[in-house]
Design a protein around this ligand. Sequence first.
Ligand code: C2E
Ligand code: CA
Ligand code: CA
Ligand code: CA
Length: 277
Amino acid sequence: YAVSSQMAYKIYDQKMQRSFDRRLYLEKELPKAIERQELTVFYQPKVLLETGELSGLEALVRWDHFRLGMVPPDELISIAEETKYIHRIGEWMLREVCKDIQNWDKQRLHIPQVSINLSPVQFFDDNLIHTVKTIINQYHISPSRLEFEITESISMFDIEQIDQKLYDLKRIGVQIAIDDFGTGHSSLVYLQRLPVDVVKIDRSFVMDIPENQGHIALTKAIVAMAHELGLKVVAEGIETIEQQQFLQSLQCEMGQGYLYSKPVPGKEVPLGCFEVV
Ligand code: C2E
Ligand code: CA
Ligand code: CA
Ligand code: CA
């Protein structure tokens, strides 16, 4: 027993060491990713649940490292936030999205709106508003075609910082969505206090509809509350017709998920209508 538990520790240690090494390595590699052109933007459609029309796209970063291959976005973002490199990546994302919108417009492809994720860390950048304004102007993008998604996981401690910057963003004319709604702790306060246009119901609620009665009840309550406050709702992670039909029955405006499309490169963005029976 003593021997085998020692072995187990050794393996555990090696695993820890490996994940630690990986992290250190990725921290070192991330600043080179942009110039090496390893980062790209993928897009996932958001669909109007009433008609099946494309309502917009969510831009999602992808990192294809020359040695390690695809680095999961959650891992990338966590490293980027810790090293503060998220500011560079955020700016790069916005620029790429604006370029893509410009190209779609030139080709007369109608993309109503694109959403970009903003990390809470980016709100501590005093240049954020200026940067956003400058890039949008540079590419002549109408601000109403951009939406910023902010996660609900920001703590109450940060809310003052974020409150002011969100109002500044709204003044530019972009839309604001609260992401992963239902997973944080201060949901109600947020909705009432922050200048938000859209609520995105987290995938974890939608995932186990119709089996999970609790999640059904919560989803109903979130949609009703959002509508009461005059907000639109996007349901994330729709994978089945049953989930779609349930959300349609709640008058949830938009859906996003593998049922319609996985995130794809800009060149492969699906246009037109999706089937919503
Ligand atoms: P998120 O903002 O909640 O993005 C939605 C995630 O759910 C995406 O994962 C998407 O691929 C996945 N997804 C969408 N529909 C389905 C579905 O039907 N089933 C399943 N199983 N998954 C679905 P992804 O691309 O891996 O991104 C993970 C997270 O990384 C994002 O979660 C977001 O928090 C963060 N992220 C990605 N790109 C960026 C970025 O450019 N900036 C920032 N700050 N964060 C980003
Ligand atoms: Ca998001
Ligand atoms: Ca989300
Ligand atoms: Ca998420």
